[in-house]
Design a protein around this ligand. Structure first.
Ligand code: ADP
Ligand code: TRP
Length: 330
């Protein structure tokens, strides 16, 4: 049997998580906790690029921990922690930054995209891929499950790992493989664009009751009259139904679209029911977990200790190779 692979991924706690995050990232993270030595973290340093309210960031972080645990992440199976509990990450990011040509960051599509959507063009946002590279490299990660939108950041990470190894002529860092999750196309938001918290078009995973119903009812559709046949493949409601329904049910609903006499209102009602059923257990679990005031702290403390220990074992030879003076040990 070969060595167990180290799997690593992170998610920014910059707001409430939505069903695009679930199908595009979280579901895969939860599945993969059984497939290797998994490290998952809350990228709170990254969130500082867009959130400057300390109370909010702290609350978002705790909320995301509860979300993951309620959805099935098991801290006994994986190392689940906060990025800020591993200071070696920012230490490595600085060293990598000193080997990164400005021109490489200037090619970053994610920076341009975020600025185009109104994010503050700060240096943290500009050098975001360097910190992301450090996140990955500091654990000698082999596999990084991420959505298509993260592909360039993973390429930059591989590039930077090679630069450090070459600069010091030593295998100080493992060059990870990308693992682009292709099982899910981009999840559309209620306005038909990519679901994203920056477009305010999300359906949140843990929304429920009237508020969830209103979100579902406000999904944009065309104005084909109820009695006319409709094309399921161009309908936002149906794209979402397909995520939640099994194949038989989604085929059945697609037939109803094509036959006519089935309105978008009917489809929205089915979608609402599907969402409620799908997340029902997780909602109950989340309520129970959130009553235990110490649970989130305990999970993060234990995960942080394990992550720091691994990070330190990777960082130590790098300090030594780069000639950085250190008069204390962790
Ligand atoms: P947001 O666009 O809401 O700010 P993020 O960029 O923080 O979301 O994405 C976090 C993770 O969720 C990433 O791995 C990304 O690939 C995934 N993700 C976000 N939105 C979608 C979507 N609409 N469809 C599929 N995956 C998504
Ligand atoms: N950039 C990722 C996102 O927006 C979050 C992230 C930060 C990440 N560091 C990472 C993902 C390291 C994978 C590996 O979703």
């Amino acid at each position: 049997m070969g060595k167990r692979k180290t799997i690593l991924s992170g998610i920014q706690p910059s707001g409430k998580l939505h069903i695009g995050n679930y199908f595009g990232a979280m579901r895969q993270h939860i599945q993969m906790q059984d497939e290797g030595d998994a490290f998952y973290f809350l990228a709170n340093y990254h969130s500082l690029t867009s959130v400057s309210d300390g109370e909010k960031l702290n609350q978002f972080t705790r909320d995301v921990v509860l979300d993951y645990l309620a959805l099935g992440l098991d801290p006994e199976k994986c190392t689940f922690f906060a990025q800020s509990d591993v200071p070696q990450t920012t230490e490595l990011a600085w060293i990598l930054g000193c080997l990164t040509p400005v021109s490489l960051m200037e090619k970053g599509v994610s920076y341009k995209d975020k600025v185009a959507h109104g994010l503050n063009p700060n240096i943290g946002l500009f050098t975001y891929p360097i910190l992301q590279a450090a996140d990955i490299l500091i654990y000698h990660s082999d596999l990084v499950p991420v959505g298509e939108d993260q592909k360039q950041n993973i390429e930059i990470c591989r590039d930077l790992a090679g630069k450090l190894n070459r600069a010091y002529d030593k295998e100080l860092l493992v060059i990870p493989k990308e693992y682009i999750v292709k099982s899910v196309a981009t999840v559309p938001g209620i306005d038909g664009r990519k679901m994203s918290k920056s477009y305010q078009n999300t359906i949140d995973i843990f929304d429920e009751g009237k508020s969830l119903k209103n979100r579902v009812l406000s999904i944009q559709t065309d104005s084909t009259p109820l009695e006319d046949p409709k094309d399921p493949d161009t309908c936002n409601v149906f794209s979402l139904i397909k995520l939640f329904a099994n194949k038989n049910l989604s085929d059945e609903i697609a037939d109803k679209y094509r036959k006519g006499g089935y309105g978008y209102g009917h489809a929205k009602k089915e979608l609402l029911e599907l969402i409620n059923n799908y997340f029902d257990d997780a909602r109950q679990r989340r309520k129970v977990l959130s009553n235990d005031k110490d649970y989130v702290n305990d999970v993060l403390k234990e995960g942080g200790e394990k992550a720091r220990e691994r990070a330190e074992s990777v960082m130590e030879p790098i300090r030594s190779a780069t000639g950085l003076f250190r008069s204390f040990t962790y």
